[in-house]
Design a binder for this molecule. Structure first.
Ligand code: SAH
Length: 365
């Protein structure tokens, strides 16, 4: 048993079962034992690898997206370039390099703000981004006033979700309880009027649906900031384009799936991001939502092939093969291309942000 599992077992024994949401929140962000309170878990030697760690093209294209979006917004100055959950700082470093080349006016107008809870990853970001002199925040509520352009890659999947189970025509909270001293998932109390998405209504008896209160709250805050101060946000993550029933809670350690209850605090615990729900919340908050489109569609529209061609001109041998296969992984439908989606949020009445010109082509799962 991990130290967090023991602590949760004591808590459940004393005060009863806890919700899946409380369990996930503890696993990821418990002040003492939470997964993201520890050191750097990314990359080949860690637990999982993300797009910016696979190819520099990812961060570069997001930098170009930010620059073009800033221009379309009327080039507000000064502006905050914000990243939520910046990992090792790789994405932001690649983005800033591309911005500096493509639109030096934007580079000069922006200040970098990072929202990060992990002390270990903050240290990595401090190193990767020393020249950009970023400002760190624990929470998006602390971001400075004024226009902001926000990037979030694989941030929303790390926010706690609720699970509800349909049984006998009623909705029950899913909880974590104790059985023979071990943590177990179970059907909890009936919830009278749960905040379901329209796509959840088709759940069969015994079906599970997921609601992400924390993700909804972040999007509500982003939308109100964008409406008030101007700016835009780009959310990239894995999940379906449309809300649907299903249990997507998954734990990963050293690049392999593990039981979600087996190693609390030691394994990464995530859930699919419900993009339709986030778009709905953004629109309810007074903003415009674009997409989701698949990551493959988005990156190809932003010029992935052209950027790859330039990089290949300066590479040879294994380096060229690595560069090409990294770019391929980002857009391959069998890899990240289809499962990952991209959603943008902006003010009403502005040009469609780059990559979202034909929102009807989202496709994928
Ligand atoms: N965006 C990076 C890292 C993704 S991992 C990349 O693409 O490589 C998730 C990131 O979100 C980590 O940096 C993690 O520490 C951070 N994080 C997770 N939960 C958070 C929270 N509640 N508030 C702020 N940051 C959080």
């Amino acid at each position: 048993m991990t130290p967090l599992a023991a602590a949760l077992a004591r808590r459940i024994a004393a005060t009863g079962p806890i919700t899946v949401e409380a369990f996930m929140a503890a696993c990821l962000a418990d002040p003492e034992h939470g997964y993201y309170r520890g050191g750097d878990k990314l990359g080949r030697a860690g637990d999982f690898t993300t797009a910016p760690e696979i190819s520099q093209i990812f961060g570069e294209l997001l930098g170009l997206w930010s620059a073009e979006t800033w221009r379309l917004l009327g080039a507000p100055t000064p502006v905050a370039l914000v990243e939520l959950g910046p990992g090792r700082g790789t994405l932001m470093a690649d983005a800033l390099r591309a911005i500096g080349r493509a639109m030096p006016q934007f580079r000069a107008a922006l200040a970098v703000h990072l929202v990060e809870i992990s002390p270990g990853l903050r240290a990595a970001q401090r190193e990767a981004l020393a020249a950009a002199a970023p400002t760190w925040h624990d929470d998006i509520a602390q971001l400075p006033d004024g226009p902001l352009i926000v990037l979030a890659n694989e941030f929303f999947d790390a926010l706690p979700i609720r699970q509800l189970e349909r049984a006998g025509g009623a909705w029950h909270e899913r909880v974590v309880t104790l059985a023979d001293g071990a943590l177990r998932l179970a059907r909890g109390p009936v919830i009278a009027d749960p905040p379901l998405e329209p796509g959840h209504r088709t759940a069969p008896d015994g079906g599970i649906v997921e609601i992400a209160p924390a993700a909804r709250a972040v999007v509500t805050q982003l939308a109100s900031r964008i409406v008030r101060d101007g700016g835009a946000a780009l959310i990239i993550d894995y999940g379906p384009g449309a809300s649907a029933p299903g249990d997507s809670l998954q734990a990963v350690r050293r690049h392999a799936p593990v039981d979600a209850l087996a190693e609390p605090g030691r394994a990464d615990l995530t859930a699919h991001v419900d993009f339709a729900a986030l778009a709905r919340v953004a629109v309810e908050g007074g903003a415009a939502a674009y997409g989701p489109v698949t990551q493959a569609t988005f990156l190809v529209r932003l010029g992935l092939a052209q950027r790859l061609a330039v990089l290949l001109r300066n590479a040879s041998g294994t380096q060229a093969r690595d560069v090409a296969s990294g770019a391929q992984r980002l857009i391959d439908p069998a890899d990240m291309g289809n499962l990952f989606k991209v959603l943008a949020i902006g003010p009403h009445g502005r040009a469609v942000p780059p990559g979202f010109e034909f929102p009807g082509l989202a496709g994928g799962t």
